[in-house]
Design a binder for this molecule. Sequence first.
Ligand code: PLP
Length: 295
Amino acid sequence: MPTTALAILARPSLEAPPHAGPAPFALVDPLSPQLSALDLAATRGDGVFETISVGGGRPQALEPHLRRFARSASALDLPAPDPEVWRAAILAVIAAIDPAREASVKTVLSRGVEGDGRPTGWAFASVSPDHAHARTHGVRAVTLDRGYRHDVERTSPWLLAGAKTLSYAVHRAALREAARRGADDAVFVSSDGYVLEGPTSSVVYRRGERLLTPGTGLGILEGTTQGSLFAFAAERGMETGYELITPAELAASDAVWLVSSVRHAAPVRELDGSALRTDPVLTAAMNDYLARRLD
Ligand code: PLP
């Protein structure tokens, strides 16, 4: 069974003219070239994306991902993605790959070729690497200054903080900096000293019987995994909430996780070289819940 599958959307948005062809999308060879060298995705990173995890052959948190996809597109003044065609393309690429393995689907909507007026859209499914080690043994993280204040989303919306844009070179650079410092991952901190998010994850922490995250509107992504974990916590009778914290307060928490769609909940066992408390029982329950969730 294939480990990857690719669908190109003929009409990713109802607000823009379609590309040629009768079908709303077509499954194509993922290894053959599909994208124009003039596409603004390639030349400017001018587009948005989502990465949706797949468990048991089904997309997880599909609707929250599609809503965030639309919010990101709106932040970039892109034509709104048509949820119907995206849903169908996502299900089609999932059906084309090995259903027994954990997988993910990346959806991309770009502004298309400059001046053409037709956005480009594709959905790419691939079998995921094994994240068991990070989920069980945790990760070492370092804090990195993001260089923006925590209220950047309000003061400077043109910086697109909080939108999931294709311009992830900074996020990749942060991960390389973390590796240079001997860590596996990073936690961004605002220039005024508040914990934000990881380069590809949300920060979740436990204080007693409360499961918390720094919040929304801080120029960070509203995490679908964090949303699922708040539902999980509520089912267990835990309180959930949003609280701005400093790195020192984070380090003093009862447990800290970096959570994201494909890796799920990775406990942070070390922050800036100091050991953190972990909660292996809650971590296992979280990852069990995330493996089974559909929304
Ligand atoms: N924050 C950033 C910057 C991300 O890139 C991601 C996911 O890639 C997340 C948070 C977590 O989002 P989700 O749980 O929806 O995967």
